[in-house]
Design a protein around this ligand. Structure first.
Ligand SMILES: Cc1cc2nc3c(=O)[nH]c(=O)nc-3n(C[C@H](O)[C@H](O)[C@H](O)COP(=O)(O)OP(=O)(O)OC[C@H]3O[C@@H](n4cnc5c(N)ncnc54)[C@H](O)[C@@H]3O)c2cc1C
Ligand code: FES
Ligand code: FES
Length: 1324
């Protein structure tokens, strides 16, 4: 927020506003934020969980006088908390108009931006890091970016750009530093090329950075001691200047919370609607930041941020002997993984302790470490222990309402005392723990006799729980196996967790309770071994597993340079056209469009019932809310209300929670949302309510492809059958759904600015909804902040509802979904349940395969019926030639939001069934899965199951190259060796081939058009039917136009996709966007060049600018290009056809290590080889492969949708729904493009790579199942286990059954509910 400090005074009056609201104010005339409109900072979750809204805050420390720069997430920063602080937003870092900052330049030029919605946040996290550490370590870089989510890039290029600043930077590309002997990289690159030239980057010059504003310096020199009060509409913010005033105020307003980081209060105010009319801010009270070191411990002020606590502890650890710092080390371990850097910068120690979240990572350790709380009030001071009673909120052990927590005393540990911390979350970084624990043991000196023991757990109840009774009963016992056994039984007995417990995963959590203790047992054994000689350590202890440290991935990217003239950009790693604008925040997304005259906001009212009749709706209170203008219901729709089965707005009946019933229009978004809270709808529940595939209402239609159905018994083969469950997936595009509809004054015309992959569909839907001709409606798409299939169908619904609002009110309407609503309403990837029967020979040859798949379509069948599972069936064979094959599929109706298109369209789910079947056959034959894969793969020119001819040469090349590049066979042996030596951790490795069919399976969907204008100054405007979703389509189109017109790309421009420029467009999807639109652009350019030919012939030495004077000779300089489309058809009666224009081939090899005790895994290495043919832009294509791979990895490992038994989606934000973070990138990540094969059909023989990489993420899944199989084999448990995706820590832990999982089943739950319990969650 460069030079914007002066605005703050005015803005502070809005006491309850967050900084993100202020930054985004688009200019209501009455609002002080009119001047702001700093839209570079993005808003994507509102919960501090995605990092898109990151800015840098700078404050002068009143004690040290040093200026602290730290990153924060503005969605949780109350504006009043910024008194005396400087805020730097992405706009203040650098801009295209002035000067780019090296961070901005490098992230763009390293191809670290795709859709660009996450980029300003990434820039700000990196910028803040560099302000503090101009040459950071790689560990610091990872830590700084750990809280920033990106759904497009797969993070590798972002890290690559950050690495260029690091002190020791391991090479981005070139020959990877492999750990494995005999490892060898590809022989395919006859010539390696770089994706960016590091030497061209401008250097980082810290002297050029913005200085801390002198007026703020003066403020800290002479600090204001008066109490400052800011009155808001509903909240008063009071900031005392002295400790005495704070205590007085707390006595006067005992109910008022202290607000520090707002990371606990903020989310509660937002999601639970808690409103605190008075907030007391102790931000200016230096007494709360005092740190004092004594001989026996450390006292830390309650106001210190968790980031500061981390530094303080690290310093103390470096100063003191190890025996004294056991508790500090345990706290440090958790402080590294607790939330993100931004949250740790904001959250305070006091706020953390007082919040007493059951998942708190620090309270269990502080409790076992005997920490005490120093409390102060006007009455004086006192100390209370941070005990189990305090954590349980017992009044006798708690703060009095007028007391505040001043500081926390944490004693040193002593010799013979050991403290450890454990946590298990869905992923390693930036995820709330499922279960955590703090454990401490003190031995009688010189012995292994337990003198004192304390154990506390988080995540297993409403508060942190102490196992006090168990600990007492173990005093005096020796630290041995007998004690371990008894301890586990007692712990399971004492730490109660009923089957219906909130958060679910009960068996998993109970297993962790004992697994953590076992880990502690082993750790302590190792320590005792050092202290007591001789000390017999059981063999199992040798296989103890320490914690994993994530490393920056060394990566290599290989592609072969195209040998065309230098001025020809095709085939070169040209930077994304908007890359620099993404990095500076200047790229305008739909909601960045300034407020238009008389604009109103819309919010949607959705069903809270899964299947019910609407009995009544009471709007009276809602309409009284100031600012509320109108309510839009189905009755207001002049045209059609969607279809009979799929209504835009519900009428009389609702079919799922989240179905849109009506919409509220108000002057502001806040008013519209407040009105929604006041609406009362009564329902009458209907039956049956169905959520899961197995009990769904299955519609009559089903499809099948049959080549020859020979029963297995006739083939005389071995037979097995199995089941596979693949969970759904949320698109989690960073930019949620949004639309701005502007009605014009004449002829019912509408301008619609919308974030969509299919503007023509929005246009058509609005036309039928409003009953006006299509030609009155213009849809504009400048850029989309990620789509992944989720913005094909849904934007039309939001566009149409907003258009009805615009028509009814006569005002422009802006509808922006927040993350919760977006996830609740829009549906996602179809969950799949697959059953297979397979007949095979002992050598792994599959003779017959019968697969039946059911997909959960949700409450309407739309995409499910039409295409998805037809596609799925056609794609199921993947790379395998299996001659007796039957695939059948059904789409099932359930009472969940309708599922829709998602990258890969059925392939990633369906093919998991095929690959699981292959793995199962391998296990039965005692063969490695890769052997069975090879045995069954297509090898020569052949026909698919649906009789489409193809040549699998590139498939085989990718497979062999991948085996070779990854040194697969060597590493398979190393994995086996590792597994022999380690009982509690196992490694797994898998290589997966892929044959991915591109396109829509319908000729009419492969058409495309383009419009190219040459202007008289020689500049050229290109428009085409594709939409820029981050996949770089506009960049590629200009590369095509540049080659065709033989002019530099700087002469060319694309401004937007508009239905007025190119009509009747097809959705940008199915990987063919660049193919088909490229052909259309090529066609337009060729037409123009043909027209210019006579002029050029007359003046062959002339310049482009001279040639385009052709206009004066009455030659039209505007042309429409058209591509009729690839032929594609399918005869479903015969089960034959040529449905796809071509295939993309690839292979991926991944290696992982799992922790059998917790179910966690780390990704050791991934190698991908992909056949891109002649890539139009290798940087973009590699970005697509990597991004899709990481998204696929998320599908198969962490992304899990959880619903309540009533059908309410629990996972409605980044805290509950875990997409991969930067620490999920494999530790070594190599991507190679196979040197050119040919695809004569496509533009310059390139291939569409948007979706295919997704499935390669399954190599991680199969590596995990490989490791699980190794564990099960060693434990003598059946190797054929039911495959379930995602392979979450819960699944992995429970699949690696051992004595601890057994104990959980044997030990009955202490608190059985009286009747049948309702589970906390259901999984689709
Ligand atoms: C995205 C996200 C991820 C997170 N991940 C994790 C995680 O992985 N592990 C984990 O353990 N936690 C996690 N948290 C929780 C986080 O640690 C706590 O929210 C945070 O520590 C609370 O501190 P605060 O300063 O923000 O408290 P605030 O929200 O400012 O205040 C919280 C409460 O504490 C009281 N309070 C604060 N200071 C005092 C005082 N001195 N005296 C008396 N009362 C006081 C207030 O009255 C208020 O009721 C996460 C939070 C977010 C938003
Ligand atoms: S919008 Fe603030 S962290 Fe996501
Ligand atoms: S580029 Fe990161 S979310 Fe799109």
């Amino acid at each position: 927020m460069k030079n914007s400090h002066s605005y703050l005074a005015a803005i502070l009056l809005r006491a309850e506003w967050g900084l993100s609201v202020i930054l985004h104010l688009k200019g209501s005339p009455s609002s002080p934020g009119t001047l702001m409109r700093l839209t570079g900072t993005k808003y994507a979750c509102g919960r501090g969980g995605c990092g898109a809204c990151t800015v840098m805050v700078s404050k002068r420390d009143p004690t040290s006088q040093e200026i602290r720069h730290f990153s924060v997430t503005t969605c949780l920063v109350p504006i009043c908390s910024l008194y005396g602080a400087a805020v730097t937003t992405v706009e203040g870092v650098g801009s295209m108009k002035t000067r780019l900052h090296p961070v901005q330049e490098r992230i763009a030029k390293s191809h670290g931006t795709q859709c660009g919605f996450c980029t300003p946040g990434m820039v700000m996290s990196m910028y803040t890091l560099l302000r503090n550490h101009p040459q950071p370590s790689e560990e610091q870089l990872l830590e700084a970016l750990g809280g920033n989510l990106c759904r497009c890039t797969g993070y590798r290029p972002i890290l690559a750009s950050g690495k260029t600043f690091c002190l020791v930077s391991r090479g981005l590309r070139g020959h990877p530093q492999s750990k494995n002997d005999g490892d060898r990289r590809s022989s395919l690159g006859t010539q390696e090329s770089q994706l960016f030239v590091k030497e061209e980057f401008q250097p980082l010059d810290p002297t050029q950075e913005l200085i801390f504003p002198p007026e703020l310096l003066r403020m800290t020199e002479n600090p204001e001691k008066r109490t400052l009060t800011f009155h808001g509409e509903r909240v008063t913010w009071i900031s005392p200047g002295t400790f005495k005033d704070l205590l007085e105020l707390k006595a006067k307003h005992p109910e008022a919370p202290l607000i520090l980081g707002n990371t606990s209060l903020g989310p509660a105010m937002r999601s639970k609607g808690c409103l605190h009319p008075i907030l007391l801010s102790p931000a200016r009270i230096s007494e709360l930041n005092v740190v004092s070191k004594t001989n026996d411990g450390l006292t830390i002020g309650a106001g210190c941020s968790l980031a500061q606590v981390k530094d303080i502890l690290a310093e103390r650890v470096s100063e003191l002997p190890e025996e004294k710092t056991q508790t500090y080390r345990a706290l440090l371990k958790h402080l590294k993984s607790l939330a993100s850097q931004q949250i740790r910068n904001m959250a305070s120690l006091g706020g953390h302790i007082i919040s007493r979240h059951s998942y708190s990572d620090l309270n269990p350790i502080l409790a076992v470490g005997n920490a005490t709380l120093n409390l102060t009030s006007e009455e004086g001071t006192r100390r209370i222990p941070l005990s189990e009673h305090f954590l349980a909120g017992l009044a006798s052990a708690d703060l009095k309402p007028e007391e505040i927590l001043e500081s926390v005393y944490i004693p040193h540990s002593q010799k013979w005392e050991f403290v450890s911390a454990f946590r298990q979350a869905q992923c390693q970084q930036n995820a709330l723990p499922d279960v955590n624990a703090g454990m401490r043991v003190l031995f009688k000196e010189g012995t292994d006799i337990i003198e004192d023991l304390s154990i506390t757990y988080g995540g297993v109840g409403a508060a942190t729980v102490s196992a006090h009774k168990s600990c007492q009963q173990l005093l005096g016992r020796q630290w041995d196996e007998l004690m371990l056994d008894e301890a586990c039984r007692r712990l399971l007995d004492e730490v109660s967790l009923p089957g219906w417990a909130p958060g679910g995963r009960v068996e998993f959590k109970r297993t962790l309770v004992v697994s953590f203790f076992f880990k502690f047992y082993l750790q302590v054994l190792q320590e005792l071994k050092k202290l007591i000689k001789p000390f017999p350590v059981p063999v199992s202890a040798l296989a103890f597993m320490g914690s994993w440290q994530h490393k920056l991935p060394p990566s290599s990217l290989l592609f072969v340079d195209s040998h065309q003239p230098l001025q020809d950009p095709v085939g070169r790693p040209v930077m994304h056209l908007s890359g620099l604008k993404h990095a500076t925040g200047e790229a305008e997304f739909c909601d960045d469009i300034p407020m238009v005259d008389k604009e109103l906001c819309m919010a949607l009212v959705t069903s809270t019932r899964a299947y019910a009749k609407i009995i009544s709706i009471d709007l009276s209170e809602a309409l009284e809310i100031p600012g509320v203008v109108d309510v839009i219901t189905a009755k207001d729709i002049p045209g059609t209300n969607g279809t009979e089965d799929d209504k835009l707005l519900a009428v009389d009946e609702v079919l799922c929670v989240g179905q849109i019933i009506f919409a509220v229009v108000a002057e502001t978004d806040v008013q519209a949302k407040r009105a929604i809270e006041k609406i009362k709808i009564t329902y009458e529940e209907l039956e049956p309510i169905i959520f899961t595939i197995k009990v769904s209402r299955v519609p009559g239609l089903s499809y099948k492809v049959v080549e020859s159905e020979v029963p297995c018994k006739l083939l005389n083969v071995r037979l097995i059958q199995g089941e596979v469950h693949v969970g759904g997936q949320e698109h989690f595009y960073m930019e949620t759904q949004r639309v701005l509809v502007i009605p014009k004054t004449e002829d019912k015309e509408l301008d619609i600015y919308v974030s969509t992959q299919d503007p023509a569909h929005v246009q058509k839907t609005v036309s039928s909804t409003l009953n006006i001709p299509i030609n009155r409606i213009t849809c504009h798409v400048k850029r989309v902040g990620g789509g992944f299939g989720g913005k094909i169908g849904r934007p039309a619904v939001f566009g149409a509802i907003a258009a009805v609002g615009a028509l009814k009110t006569g005002h422009p309407i802006r509808l922006v979904l927040d993350r919760e609503d977006d996830m609740l309403i829009t549906g996602g990837r179809h969950p799949l349940f697959g059953k297979y029967k397979v007949g095979f020979m002992n050598n792994g040859r599959i003779k017959a395969l019968d697969i039946e798949c059911f997909i959960n379509g949700g409450c309407t069948l739309d995409d499910s019926e039409l295409s998805l599972w037809k596609f799925l069936i056609l794609k199921l064979e993947n790379a395998y030639k299996i001659r007796n094959l039957r695939f059948r599929g059904r789409a099932c109706l359930t009472n969940l939001p309708s599922n829709t298109a998602f990258r890969g369209f059925g392939f990633p789910q369906g093919t998991l069934v095929t690959e699981s079947c292959i793995t199962a056959v391998a296990a039965k034959c005692g063969l490695p899965p890769e052997k069975v894969r090879e045995k069954n793969m297509y090898r020569t020119v052949d026909k698919t199951i649906y009789k489409q001819a193809f040549n699998p040469e590139s498939l085989i090349r990718c497979w062999n190259e991948c085996l070779d590049a990854s040194s697969f066979h060597n590493r398979r042996k190393q994995v086996e060796e590792f597994n022999k030596k380690n009982y509690w951790k196992k490694r797994g490795i898998a290589v997966i081939p892929m044959k991915f069919s591109v396109g829509f399976a319908a000729t009419s969907y492969h058409q495309a058009a383009a419009l190219v204008h040459i202007y008289t100054d020689g500049s050229v405007l290109v428009t085409h039917g594709g939409n820029e979703l981050g996949q770089g389509i506009h960049t590629k189109m200009l590369q095509v136009a540049s080659r065709e017109l033989k002019i530099p790309m700087s002469h060319l421009h694309i401004c937007e996709t508009s239905t007025a420029m190119v009509p009747n467009t097809i959705a940008t999807a199915a990987s063919v966007g660049a193919d088909i639109n490229g052909k259309a652009v090529q066609n337009a350019c060729q037409i123009l060049l043909k027209r210019l030919e006579p002029i050029i012939k007359k003046n062959p030495e002339g310049t482009w600018e001279e040639w385009v004077t052709a206009f004066e000779q009455r030659i039209s300089l505007s042309a429409t290009g058209y591509f009729r489309g690839y032929k594609a058809f399918m005869d479903w009666e015969k089960g034959e056809g040529d449905p796809f224009p071509y295939y993309v081939y690839g292979a991926a090899c991944s290696e992982v290590e799992i922790d059998c005790l917790t179910g966690a895994h780390k990704k050791i290495r991934t190698d991908i080889v992909m056949d891109a043919c002649c890539s139009l832009n290798p940087a973009i294509d590699i970005g697509q492969i990597e991004g899709a791979f990481i998204q696929g990895m998320g599908l198969y490992t962490t992304e899990e949708l959880k619903y309540s038994p009533e059908g309410v989606l629990y996972s409605r934000g980044p805290d509950e729904y875990k997409i991969p973070t930067i620490s999920d990138v494999p530790e070594e990540f190599n991507v190679s493009l196979l040197p050119s094969s040919q695809t004569p059909l496509t533009i310059y023989s390139s291939k569409g790579l948007g979706e295919s990489g997704m499935f390669l993420g399954s190599s991680v899944f199969f590596a995990i199942t490989d490791a699980v199989a190794a564990a099960r084999k060693e434990r003598d448990i059946a190797e054929d286990f039911t495959v379930k995706s995602p392979a979450t820590p819960e699944w992995v832990r429970m699949a690696c059954a051992d004595r601890f999982t057994e104990m959980v089943y044997i030990c009955p739950l202490p608190l059985e509910p009286p009747s049948h319990p309702t589970p906390w969650a259901i999984f689709k």
